[in-house]
Design a protein around this ligand. Structure first.
Ligand SMILES: [Zn+2]
Length: 119
């Protein structure tokens, strides 16, 4: 599975897009810190590996937490946003405050470029 599809799928499974959020997942964004003037679309939180743990007690009755060595990838709600370049498969990660919401008529729906007037 591609990174893009895996990010979308896991974020869907974990309810990222339906839970109340200050972030507009449906919006298109430009990224002033990026050199390319294209529109980006958010696809979910960056994934992070969460190890499975179990809790045991030592001989004095103190709880000890162990990692099993296994785990799963989950969306990191404290993390960065995975952004997909419109018109491409390219995925990069940015902090939410690096993103600037744009209007639909500010970018080309064909190639994703800001300033292209194809449509
Ligand atoms: Zn265009």
């Amino acid at each position: 599975m591609s990174t893009l599809r895996e990010i979308v799928k896991l974020n869907q499974e974990h309810g990222t897009f339906t839970e109340p959020s200050a972030f507009n997942w449906d919006g298109r964004y430009r990224i002033p810190t990026s050199k390319v003037a294209v529109a980006w679309s958010p696809i979910g939180w960056e994934l992070t590996f969460e190890p499975y743990k179990f809790i045991d007690e030592d001989e004095n009755g103190n709880e000890i937490e162990y990692e099993t060595g296994e785990g799963e990838l989950i969306p990191d709600r404290q993390g960065r946003i995975a952004m997909h370049m419109v018109g491409d498969d390219h995925v990069e990660y940015f902090d939410a405050d690096e993103l600037v919401l744009i209007d639909d008529d500010e970018y080309c729906t064909c190639c994703g470029q800001i300033g292209c007037h194809w449509n």
